[in-house]
Design a protein around this ligand. Structure first.
Ligand code: NAP
Length: 287
């Protein structure tokens, strides 16, 4: 995009509330430029309750794709014409891809967080197949990760949450490989001792919520387990920092962030994503 948008410029965007701190515009615009595409990506603040309306409005306005973030993921899932199997299972959409036809438009919803997470593990040389995984948290990100781990043949996925019924609902996404634990369950220490992959999908570790989730102690995570933190700000949560300091291997959530965006690019444009552009933009946005 050399001289700004033209009449033929394709538009994609983000709906959420709030959106002003999102890194997505930087990532996608850098990628469009790197790929030489006449596309532009814009953030739209959409008030809670208006998600479905925004998904339809974007279709009417001829947008080519949307990223969807809090609090509109469930509303977007209900508003699209068609859902991917993953989005259907999660009841949540973070990606809408529009098909514009002569007689109108159709919207397809997908959820790229889980696959983005698995892609980021592959970059770290971590194979999900056969992994004994423990997922801390049972919210939207934990559910996406749990389903992706199961689809990629993890041997077991144990979901841990304060509310065991939420943990059970998330674990059900992993079918026979899934198990649920309450945060204060005696079994947590044992499950961690057996784990080859531990994922922190709680916000505990961000500046506003310092410390370790569920009061667990860092040494409960085996040194040879891979610790995947979904938080990327700070770069090293307390849990990740202690694991690395003990000589363990792990990563933060930045790789998941840009990989899920790269999957969106592929869905919207039908082209392979410029992965290096995404990675570079994510690293420089992180500062
Ligand atoms: P969410 O839907 O609100 O879920 C948060 C989960 O964490 C819930 O299970 C919640 O438990 C639990 N939790 C919250 N506070 C806790 C505490 N003090 N102690 C123990 N558990 C606690 O949020 P989300 O969208 O899944 O996001 C979770 C984290 O992943 C956030 O840090 C987010 O920034 C990160 N994330 C990263 C990416 C990425 O691309 N890297 C993508 C998505 C999310 P209750 O149900 O008991 O409240």
């Amino acid at each position: 995009l050399l001289n700004g948008p033209e009449g033929s410029t394709a538009v994609a965007g983000l709906i959420g509330h709030p959106v002003s701190h999102s890194l997505s515009p930087r990532l996608h615009n850098a990628a469009f430029q790197a790929a030489g595409l006449d596309w532009v990506y814009v953030a739209f603040p959409v008030l809670p309750g208006a998600g479905a309306e925004a998904v339809r409005a974007a279709g009417v306005l001829g947008l080519r794709g949307l990223s969807v973030t809090m609090p509109h993921k469930a509303a977007a899932a209900a508003a699209v014409d068609e859902l991917s199997e993953v989005a259907q299972a999660l009841g949540s959409v973070n990606t809408v891809t529009y098909q514009h036809l002569e007689q109108g438009w159709r919207a397809r919803g997908d959820s790229t967080d889980g696959q983005g997470f698995v892609d980021s593990l592959a970059d770290e040389g971590v194979t999900v197949a056969g992994a004994e995984a423990v997922v801390l948290g049972a919210g939207g990100a934990a559910r996406a990760v749990t389903l992706a781990l199961a689809l990629n043949q993890a041997a077991s996925v144990t979901v841990v949450a304060r509310d065991v019924s939420r943990a059970s609902a998330a674990a059900a996404l992993a079918g026979g490989a899934g198990a649920a634990l309450g945060a204060s369950d005696e079994g947590l220490k044992k499950a961690l001792a057996r784990a080859s992959l531990v994922v922190n999908a709680t916000p505990v570790g961000m500046a506003a919520q310092p410390g370790l989730p569920f009061g667990l102690e860092a040494h409960w995570v085996p040194k040879d387990a891979f610790l995947a933190e979904l938080i990327y700000h700070p770069r090293r949560s307390a849990l990740l920092g202690s694991h690395l300091a003990r000589g363990g291997r792990g990563c933060n959530g930045l790789g998941m962030l840009w990989h899920q965006a790269a999957r969106q690019f592929e869905s919207w444009t039908g082209r392979p994503a410029p992965l290096q552009a995404y990675q570079r933009a994510a690293r420089s946005a992180q500062g």
